[in-house]
Structures are given as structure tokens and as C-alpha cells.
Design a protein around this ligand. Structure first.
Ligand code: HEM
Length: 229
């Protein structure tokens, strides 16, 4: 099936969004927005290694321009909603198109990450809800009291609780699988499919996903190991 953006010009927006290609483009564009956020967030979080002043100042900086903060939050929320909407639409279309008795054979050809997309997505959604209640709102905060504005204390106190760290580590591994596969299928969704370049792009996506997981996971591990306290 053709998977190019050329269709955007040929169809009306509503019809395009209702089509498989339209939903793939929505998945790809919102996926890129979320990907850029997650990379920035991971790099920002690594400032924990520079001590409490640095990461707390970074936290204050992020909230210092409310208009910017709420614009970014709105874009992220819209991107998450559209990403989920398109994924449900594609899953329904795939299910409707799949011939009976075909599902087992299909698994042989698809990668482990590809098969996990539809269940890693909902788990990551649960992670994001938990994460916001944990670090932004502060109402779910095992370990000790949540201190508004003290990002360093909030991270160290809750990652000292092994099951909080375990939940984050598990979620970050899923995030890596999800992002790694998402990044490589993004390339195909937008029609950039090339026998020589596609495998290179897939490898690059895997390396990115690994660095992303390593950066995030290093934080709970460092706290558990007593390197950050
Ligand atoms: C080890 C992994 C992570 C750590 C330690 C971490 C840490 C934090 C902290 C401390 C905050 C609150 C910042 C503040 O209020 O000043 C925050 C906010 C947030 N995090 Fe994470 N995060 C992690 C992973 C993720 C991932 C994987 C995602 C998305 C998939 C994510 C999405 C968000 C969002 C959307 C916010 C709210 C930003 C806002 O205030 O609007 N985080 N994170």
C-alpha cells in the first residue's frame, strides 16, 4: 500500500484523516513532537548529576514563563491525544483487513518491538499519568513528602524506594522499544523507503532508543546505588 504524503494534496483534510495514510502521518508527526520532548526532558534530567542547585534552578526556569509552559503543555496534550486516536484507528483498520487465521504467521515477520507497539502504548500512557501525579502534582509520592520546587529531593527520595525505581526502569525499557520502532516506521510512513538507507535509519533509531533508555534509567539506578543522594 502506498504510504506517501502526496495524498495530502489530493484529498480533503477530513477524508485524508479518515484514511490509513492520514492516520499514519498523524502518528508520525505527533510521534516526532513527543520524541523531541522526551530527548529534551532526558537531557534536562541529567542535570541531577550536577547537584541540587543546578536541577532545581532548571525546574524553576521551566516554570518561569507560564505562557510558554502552558503552550508546551497544550501541544504535548494534543499530540498525545492525536497519537492515541490515530493508533486506535489504525488498529481497527488492521483488524478489519486481516484475513482469518493469519495473525500467527504475521508475527514471524514482524519484530518484537513492532508487536509490542499496541500494548507498550497503553502502559506508557499509564506511566505518564502516574508520572505527572508523582513529580508534577506531587500527590502520589512514595518515600517522603513532595517538596514543591525541590526537584532534586523529589527524585532522590522517591527513587530510593525500590518499587518506584523498578516501575520507572520497566517503563523506560518499554519507552525505548516504542520509540525505537516508532522512529523506524515513521520513515516508512512518510514514504522515505530505500533499500540501502532504510536499514541504516533503523540502526540509528535503535541507537537513539538505547541512549534514551540509558539516560533515563541511569537516574533511578544511581539513586539506588547511592551515587546520587
Ligand atoms: C527516569 C525518568 C524520568 C524522570 C526522572 C523524570 C522527571 C521529571 C520531573 C522531576 C518532572 C517535574 C519537573 C518540575 O516540576 O519541575 C517531570 C515532569 C514531566 N515529565 Fe518526566 N521524568 C522521566 C521520564 C519521563 C518520560 C519518559 C516522559 C514522557 C513520556 C515524561 C514526561 C513528563 C512530563 C509531560 C512532565 C510535566 C512537565 C510539565 O510540568 O508540564 N517524563 N519529569
Amino acid at each position: 500500500m502506498a504510504t506517501t504524503v502526496i495524498g495530502v494534496r489530493q484529498e480533503r483534510p477530513a477524508r485524508f484523516l479518515a484514511s490509513t495514510n492520514g492516520k499514519k502521518v498523524v502518528m508520525a508527526v505527533t510521534g516526532v513532537i513527543l520524541f523531541v520532548f522526551v530527548i529534551g526532558h532526558m537531557l534536562g534530567n541529567l542535570q541531577i548529576y550536577e547537584g541540587p542547585e543546578k536541577i532545581n534552578a532548571y525546574g524553576r526556569f521551566l516554570k518561569s514563563i507560564p505562557e510558554l509552559l502552558w503552550s508546551v503543555r497544550s501541544v504535548l496534550l494534543l499530540a498525545v491525544c492525536l497519537h492515541i486516536w490515530a493508533s486506535i484507528g489504525l488498529a481497527l483498520k488492521n483488524n478489519a483487513a486481516r484475513p482469518k487465521g493469519y495473525s500467527r504467521k504475521k508475527n514471524v515477520a514482524s519484530s518484537y518491538a513492532a508487536r509490542t507497539m499496541y500494548w507498550s502504548g497503553p502502559i506508557l500512557f499509564c506511566f505518564i499519568v502516574y508520572h505527572l501525579l508523582h513529580f508534577t502534582v506531587g500527590i502520589v509520592h512514595p518515600g517522603s513528602d513532595f517538596k514543591e520546587g525541590d526537584v532534586y529531593h523529589n527524585m532522590v527520595s522517591s527513587f530510593s524506594v525500590w518499587y518506584v525505581s523498578a516501575w520507572y526502569i520497566f517503563s523506560m525499557i518499554l519507552l525505548g522499544l516504542h520509540v525505537g520502532h516508532g522512529a523506524s516506521s515513521f520513515v516508512q510512513s512518510l514514504g522515505f523507503n530505500h533499500p540501502r538507507h532504510t536499514p541504516v535509519i533503523k540502526k540509528a533509531a535503535a541507537v537513539f532508543a538505547f541512549l534514551l533508555i540509558a539516560g533515563f534509567i541511569s537516574i533511578p539506578i544511581s539513586v539506588l546505588a547511592g551515587l546520587v543522594r
